[in-house]
Ligand binder design. Structure first.
Ligand code: GDP
Length: 423
């Protein structure tokens, strides 16, 4: 079984928590896009962990984890993340983690360029996480990046790194007026943070192909959500990679295979990190209450997330874009304190009601049209469908119908067992 777990919304839907739950059934978990620009928070019997680059399966003994060719990897960050996990008792070894030689290395100058550009933009910034993700993907398509496999030939890299540094300095010092990057320092960085991973680098395509052939179940773990996809998201306020399920086999390294199932993770309300149009946004006290109740602060950056009511228009678009087989609805417990639950059922654009998700100026100017459903009180202790109050069941059924996809799981807390299987 090849299954993708993907975000239906703007990211932070609780994908990591659901992958952690489902990884029991899968022998292999693969990250297929993005870098350390977002984070999953996973709480289980071994503790609370923040994962930026590692697949969430790393927390489960016996699971093989893969960083696929579609990823961009900051080696220094990978070393730090591995160290923190090891301190938490997690085994990181070439048996538990395999890194594609085709994955792209995110270099220190990518981070630097990200920061220089955000600083230049000042008030008009994109809300980048400043982790170098846009610059490194741009360089990938310029075909001027290093890949993980290059670490296997460090001794032959000096000339190439020298050429790249010369090219980068046209922008770093020539454009931004920053002091130039030094090839020797880049080589030192590659040796220090790259060498520890040499034994982890392999042909993950071969590994995954064999695993699939042997009938092992493979889980593809996405970062961010449909609305952040480079092509289908709220461009230009998107991520720089393909966050959609259709890209999973490509970014993971087995482009010739097809997914059997796509599980969409959808949040019971809306949240969004960074800039860009966010039609359902709450402000003031209403926002603060929801943010506090949901602990809505970025796992990678600590930034307070923007929050709002459930957005049917955006979520239906997200479900369709992802091609979801079924959904897991997360964080229903966060709405416990609301007397009535706001749901944005349509947008008003240019004075007209619309059900379809707009782009560009039309999205920026869209206004939410809300309906209110009855509140349902505390559901955090519910573990079976029968435990849920009728109003909560009604809310779930309403969302199911509105987005056009069955909700198979409802999560009511961050802990591993805090969920309900609906059917
Ligand atoms: P991801 O990137 O999609 O994995 O999401 P994040 O980890 O950034 O954000 C999800 C946050 O919500 C994490 O802190 C989770 O521990 C937490 N979480 C996940 N599911 C639930 C839930 O059902 N209820 C509550 N209260 N928290 C949850």
């Amino acid at each position: 079984m090849l299954t993708a777990i993907v975000g239906v919304n703007w990211g932070d839907e609780g994908k990591g928590r659901m992958v952690d739950l489902f990884s029991e059934r899968y022998g292999v978990v693969v990250r297929y896009q993005g870098g350390n620009n977002a984070g999953h928070t996973v709480v289980n019997d071994r503790g609370s962990f923040i994962l930026n680059l590692m697949p969430s399966g790393i927390l489960r003994a016996g699971t093989v984890n893969v960083l696929g060719p579609g990823m961009v990897i900051d080696l220094e960050h990978l070393c730090g993340e591995a160290e923190r996990l090891r301190q938490g008792g997690i085994l990181i070894s070439p048996e538990t983690l395999k890194i594609s030689g085709k994955a792209t290395i995110c270099m220190p100058y990518h981070k630097l360029l990200d920061c220089l550009e955000e600083d230049r933009l000042a008030g008009k910034k994109f809300g980048s996480t400043r982790r170098g993700i846009a610059p490194v993907y741009a360089d990938k398509y310029m075909k001027k990046t290093l890949r993980m496999e290059d670490l296997l030939e460090l001794e032959n890299l000096e000339e190439r790194v020298g050429d790249i540094a010369e090219w980068k300095n046209l922008t770093v010092s020539g454009g931004y007026g920053h002091e130039p990057v030094q090839a020797a320092a880049l080589m030192d960085w590659l040796r220090q943070y790259g060498a520890p991973w040499r034994d982890y680098i392999c042909d993950t395509t071969e590994f995954l192909d064999e695993a699939a052939e042997a009938g092992r179940d493979i889980l593809f773990e996405a970062q961010l959500g449909a609305l952040r996809d480079i092509d289908y998201g709220i461009f230009p306020y998107t991520s720089s990679s393909s966050t959609i399920a259709a890209y999973a086999p490509i970014g993971a390294g087995i482009p010739g295979r097809q997914l059997d199932e796509t599980i969409g993770i959808m949040k019971a309300y809306s949240s969004c990190v960074g800039e860009g149009p966010f039609t359902c946004e709450f402000f003031g006290q209403e926002a603060e209450q929801l943010r506090e109740a949901g602990g809505e602060y970025g796992a990678a950056t600590g930034r307070p997330r923007r929050v709002g009511g459930f957005d049917v228009v955006a979520s239906r678009y997200g479900v369709k874009t992802q091609g979801c087989t079924f959904l897991a609805l997360t964080k229903l417990d966060v709405l416990s304190s609301l007397d009535r639950v706001p749901v944005c059922v349509a947008y008003e654009v240019d004075g007209e009601r619309t059900d379809s998700f707009p782009t560009g100026r039309r999205l920026a100017q869209a206004k939410p049209i809300y309906e209110y459903l009855p509140g349902f009180g505390d559901v955090s202790g519910c573990r079976k469908r029968e435990d849920l109050p009728q109003a909560a069941l009604d809310y779930v059924a309403y969302l199911e119908k509105a987005v056009g996809c069955p909700i198979k799981y409802v999560s009511v807390g961050p802990e591993r067992d805090a969920y309900i299987e609906m059917f």
